[in-house]
Design a protein around this ligand. Structure first.
Ligand code: AMP
Ligand code: ZN
Length: 126
């Protein structure tokens, strides 16, 4: 079901950086790093647990396309963080499923080890 009030249900009115039949990609309004991209299902779904297999596949395929395009256009990108916050306790603030694709560059963090493990302070390094 489409929720017209959801800000990401309005994906069609955004400046998209990519799309396929079931997913759309646009830049995050408050980027963690230059090129920070959000990949969303076109259909309203709250978290990745609500996606169909087809939507999951479409999102991953689009994320790969976006990552390749970003890397092609910016040689300083050496890697990515890719993931979704599912549920308020996990940090989700927009309740239309979205995957963050965050370009990473050497030196952008003094201690990058652990990456997404840093969601809980002090737990990144192991
Ligand atoms: P999350 O905390 O995982 O729900 O992430 C929500 C993301 O949406 C954050 O990275 C925000 O910067 C981003 N965001 C919030 N409002 C907008 C908006 N109007 N357009 C694009 N990105 C947004
Ligand atoms: Zn929505």
């Amino acid at each position: 079901m489409t929720e017209t009030k959801c800000i990401f249900c309005g994906w069609a009115n955004r400046a998209l950086v990519g799309e396929n039949a079931l997913a759309a990609a646009f830049r995050d309004a408050f980027p963690v790093s230059e090129g920070h991209t959000l990949i969303v299902p076109k259909r309203h779904a709250v978290t990745f647990l609500d996606l169909t297999e087809e939507e999951t596949g479409a999102i991953f395929a689009l994320a790969r396309e976006c990552a390749e395009a970003l890397r092609k256009g910016d040689a300083s990108i050496g890697g990515f963080n890719f993931g979704a916050n599912a549920g308020a306790c996990a940090g989700q603030t927009v309740f239309h499923c979205h995957f963050h694709l965050i370009p990473r560059r050497d030196g952008d963090h003094p201690h990058p080890r652990g990456g997404v493990r840093a969601v809980i302070p002090g737990k990144a390094a192991y």
